[in-house]
Design a protein around this ligand. Sequence first.
Ligand code: BG6
Length: 477
Amino acid sequence: MTNTLFPEGFLWGGATAANQVEGGFNEGNKGPNMADVLPGGKERLKVLKQADFDFEPKPGTHYPNHEAIDFYHRYKEDIALFAEMGFKVFRMSIAWSRIFPKGTEKEPNEEGLAFYDRVFDELHKHNIEPVVTISHYEMPLHLVKEYGGWKSREVIGFFDQYVQALFNRFKNKVKYWMTFNEINSAMHFPIMSMGFTINDGNDKYQELFQAFHHQFVASSMAVKHARKIMPEAEIGCMIIAAPIYSYDSNPENVLYALQEEQRFNYFAGDVHVRGEYPAFIQRFFEENNVKLDIREGDLELIRDYTVDYVGLSYYMSITQKKNKEDAETAAGNLLEGVKNPFLKASDWGWEIDATGLRIILNKLYDRYQVPLFVVENGLGAYDKVEEDGSIQDDYRIDYLRTHILAMGEAVQDGVELMGYTSWGCIDLVSMSSGEYSKRYGFIYVDKHDDGSGTQERRKKKSFDWYKQVIETNGAAL
Ligand code: BG6
């Protein structure tokens, strides 16, 4: 065996989110959440960018997250497969509306808590440590419709009681937590993490950054509770990490890329890790007429309760040019930008850039000097089941190999990296397209875009490959 690039005890595993795997959308007293009203296919993408989505279910529409891959009933079988691959950790989220169906109740829903107790127990039975995201794109629908999501300061209080219910119940079962999934995604599509849509009006940034402020306060409150209720736990933030390159060496483009990078990659991380609003955002606020309503004690809380680590997702880099008119856009990249001539793209047009992962890990570590944790990365691709039943997903293996190697190089560069949980370790419903056919897993699930399929699980070629990666701590790639 060749030498590994990874430290001993590196946390290898896979990642999911409740709304994309569980199904059972109206079982166990769960209330409806935001993901339950998102359509599948092309309609989903429109909704993400739409300014006036009404969050009303439409008769005759297929809602893929209602059934998802039925993890709600099949978690034992799935966890056994994760254990077979040797997972050390499993990243999952808790569906807020299973615990507080509307978000506003005074007492948590026991059936919801009991479900997660069973999942955590099953994981521990297989020596797999859960890594839990408290809020992953699945806010109770009631809070979205009646309160306008995170626009409302009142939501901090509802989130706070949810957090306390989780910590008090699961303090002995969960060591690794994260507050908000991809908090900075709101810069491009606030609907998923903030629960509201944005009009391109004058108050666009006002609403957006006020909602960010509410989430920052809520996140610090969670850290404060964690310190008290479970001092051994580690609690992180979670951001989309995407290095932003300048299109060329024109200083105007370099400056533009820098500013985009500051706002996108660093703004939220700075508040979570450094405990204060960064200097560059003050100018942005002034120029865009943003006046935050900051209440007494907010800034002290944010300063005193910073996170232990930075969780991040990595799918693509972004290339930016100040004047985009004469450049081709990177069509599939959810985060916009122009096409990078040096990169190929996935079936969904997401530009593939393994070196970008090494770059952003270095940048984030240089800036924050706290441990980083890659909690999402992977390739969404079409898979074909061969006549003999096998799935030869060499393209996925290639993608993961190059990204894991880049990550290993970052470790050698001196980056303190806790672990790696590849996204969608089992096929699931895509967040941005609501499709099943955008597959990320080592485990194939017989479920299709029209809702048909047996839900049968099947190992892909990448299953044994990843098992070996974990077994050798990243030496056998
Ligand atoms: C991240 C999200 O943005 O990317 C996940 O945290 C999502 O929820 C993942 O599934 C991949 O995106 P998509 O759109 O291919 O599912």
